[in-house]
Write a protein that binds this ligand. Sequence first.
Ligand code: ATP
Ligand code: MG
Length: 403
Amino acid sequence: MFERICLVHYHEVGLKGRNRASFEHRLLSNMEAALVAFDTKEICRISGHLLVVFENAEDLEPAAQILLQVPGVARVSRGWRCARDPEEYNLCAELAMVDCGEFESFKVVARRSNTDYPIDSMQLNQLVGAHLCAFAPDKKVKMKDPDVKVHVEIIQGSAYVFSRSDRGIGGLPVGSAGKVVSLMSGGIDSPVATWKLMKRGAVVVGVHFSGAPVTDDASEYIVDDLAQALAPAGGIGRIYTVPFGEYQKAIASACPPNLRIVLYRRLMFRVAQGIARIEKAKALVTGESLGQVASQTLENIAAVNAVVDLPVLRPLIGSDKLEIIDVAKQLGTFEISSRPADDCCTLFMPRSPETHARISDCEEAEALVPIETWVTEILDNLAYRDYPCPAYKAPRTMRGGEG
Ligand code: ATP
Ligand code: MG
């Protein structure tokens, strides 16, 4: 019986020396979570790869498409598992060739991982090669840069045959780089920034400031949909939602209009840092890109950074809007972010926002409102939603300690 399989290849994971086993283990459990909707027979490590065996052949392709988006996955090959019997793997090699559609040249790449099998790699290459030449006499064997490589690997008690293979997103498995708190506005940039951190192995806790109760809660649904779109990456553990409208209203009525945006942001950062303390997260993340809008000048970035001690990661700081949009389209977040919604950013916008905010001016303005009381009030009333992420560990208590 031939079983349908995906072989998952990774490279950076393999580079981590002594950590290798724990990295593989993380990748494996992240893959399991990503494939929960599919009927899988087996997900395990075999000889430098991770193997997924499917119950149903029709699951193979949709599952492969998801695996390609899991951080740490460098490549996904689709193929067959069969007995170590030349009749069986020759037949699978035929199927693998047909699987590649139209092409001109090919070669066989054979590997034998255990020496208890009497046919070595060279002999395997010749054996399967000769069989495929007879099967498809119109195809040319080409050793250098063939169109198709038919892989035949003898690993433990089975043969694995595959030809079709695509590059995954690479990066590191979620859970190998600690936890971050990402400010998710519902706009185009922050989901891309969030994804970049997941791709480098971080577990993400999102925080969204909505305009509620002054606006409706449309932006909260958008952020939830964004989290669902990013689900294959498997890195979002939880998203906190903060109704922010009343605080903005109070800032707007008490503080100089030109400083509003920077003041909103400074309050958001204080809350985000409070959440990071509760979650034991080690950094904040934003989707800012230098100079993109008035609030994203170096002076304003410094004025906002001044209220937190944690590192603030801005993975898009050097990206153009169009580059960001390209990634957002690939991730499937662009459409969702483009839906109209009044988030808190659109509320109480000043006519001419300050582009060079001075920290002392911000502090003077904040003396007019009870900032610290607000932060405590917000942190005492946090609402959140959890998402599937095996590497996420929820805080045991909702009280933030130091560090
Ligand atoms: P985005 O497309 O991510 O909304 P933007 O280009 O609209 O970004 P800003 O509105 O200045 O830029 O926001 C810059 C960053 O500040 C966002 O990427 C996000 O990280 C954070 N941010 C802004 N508004 C919110 C919000 N309502 N909730 C959470 N984070 C926010
Ligand atoms: Mg925005």
